[in-house]
Design a protein around this ligand. Structure first.
Ligand code: SAM
Ligand code: SF4
Length: 363
């Protein structure tokens, strides 16, 4: 409660400063920024634009997923209103994810609409996390919307293993998409989920491929999300400490200071000069610098990936054509952003496991 008061009074003081205007020649039309109870500024919004996907990755979805009825989804106009409200409140980085963002009908209209915030300078970065299946079709248009970098998820470069892990995906189509993105001038970061007994043997071949192609590479630790479908996530858990140690046997590994406010840490492999990231939400505590919140395709705002608490933004959005209610709801939600998550693999049981799927909250 104390810190919520702090957040409110901070916002209040900013408003007051606006009114008193100590800098008479600088007109700031933006609202007071979003600061959470632990004094963390919220500048990064990840938006899941659909729960649907053309793949069925085994660690993410079951084969026979039931998706939300279309009426539950925010329309593209509603997504625009919500994202624009966040941008007004100080969000500078917007990442579209899903599900597979590029399978949502008309999604390019939404990207194009968001590019106006890049042009105005309010938004610093508009970006995307994709499985790459539709990139051959959309890469040029994405670059045209002002996107500069995208993340593409690829766990293996083996055709057979790729169709095993994604169930419905085809590697050649994804590689073609990645090539199209590169040709369109987009920087590509490859995200690979580290899976014991699955892609351990590809650590160096994938690293080498990324070096050759000029892609950054980030390893992600598998998280206890969604239903386990009879498989135990612990069996698939390959610690990134181990990945790093294996790099150190072959390369000179330099830690980079660069942080993104998220669970990623980066190193440079000196011999190749390439940057490799590690996303370790389970073995490192990154919460103290957390700058992000997540919006689902139905308008639920999750203040923390690892907690159940959420705020419904769809109701205030639909209640009035004016954005005042929605802005108020966003501020109220940020005022209860928790200090951190409770994921923990260290006790041999998966603690803090979440019942919702990654494709719902957006990875
Ligand atoms: N469909 C897009 C894609 O695959 O890139 C965007 C959504 S997907 C949910 C975002 C990221 O979450 C992907 O890199 C995926 O590998 C990762 N992911 C999904 N389930 C995961 C899990 N249980 N643990 C760790 N990462 C997961
Ligand atoms: Fe689809 Fe991405 Fe989930 Fe794979 S990880 S099933 S591509 S949403």
């Amino acid at each position: 409660p104390m810190s919520a008061v702090f957040a409110r009074s901070y916002a209040g003081s900013c408003l007051a400063r606006g009114r008193g205007n100590p800098y008479p020649f600088v007109m700031d039309t933006r609202a007071a920024p979003l600061i959470d109870p632990f004094a963390r500024p919220i500048s990064y919004l990840r938006v899941s634009v659909t729960d649907r996907c053309d793949f069925r990755c085994v660690y993410c979805m079951s084969e026979n997923m039931t998706f939300l009825p279309k009426a539950e989804l925010l329309t593209l106009e509603e997504l625009d209103r919500l994202c624009s409200a966040f941008v007004r409140l100080g969000v500078e980085k917007l990442r579209l994810t899903g599900g597979e963002p590029l399978v949502r009908k008309g999604i390019m209209t939404f990207f194009r609409a968001m590019s106006r915030h890049l042009e105005s300078g309010a938004l610093k970065e508009l970006t995307l996390t994709t499985n790459g299946s539709q990139l051959a079709k959309y890469a040029v248009e994405l670059a045209d919307c002002g996107m500069r970098r995208i993340n593409v998820s690829v766990d293996t470069l083996d055709v057979k293993k790729f169709s095993d892990i994604t169930r419905w995906g085809r590697l050649p189509q994804v590689l073609e998409g990645i090539a199209a993105a590169k040709a369109a001038g987009l920087r590509v970061k490859i995200n690979a989920v580290a899976l014991k007994g699955f892609n351990e043997d590809e650590q160096f071949s994938m690293t080498e491929w990324c070096a050759q192609e000029g892609h950054d590479l980030t390893w992600i630790e598998v998280m206890p999300m969604g239903d386990l479908g009879g498989e135990d996530r612990l069996d698939q858990y390959w610690s990134l400490k181990d990945v790093r140690a294996r790099y150190a046997e072959r390369f000179t590994v330099t830690d980079l200071a660069e942080r993104t406010g998220g669970p990623a840490r980066y190193v440079r492999l000196e011999e190749t000069g390439q940057k490799v990231g590690f996303i370790t939400p389970l073995t490192h505590n990154f919460c103290e610098s957390c700058n992000r919140v997540r919006l689902t395709c139905t308008g639920e705002l999750f203040m923390c990936l690892g907690q159940e608490d959420m705020a419904d933004l769809r109701a205030p959005l639909r209640a009035s054509a004016d954005d005042a209610l929605v802005e108020e709801a966003i501020r109220a939600a940020i005022a209860r952003k928790p200090k951190g998550h409770d994921f923990d693999y260290s006790r041999a049981v998966v603690k803090g496991q979440m019942s919702r799927h990654m494709s719902h909250t957006g990875g």
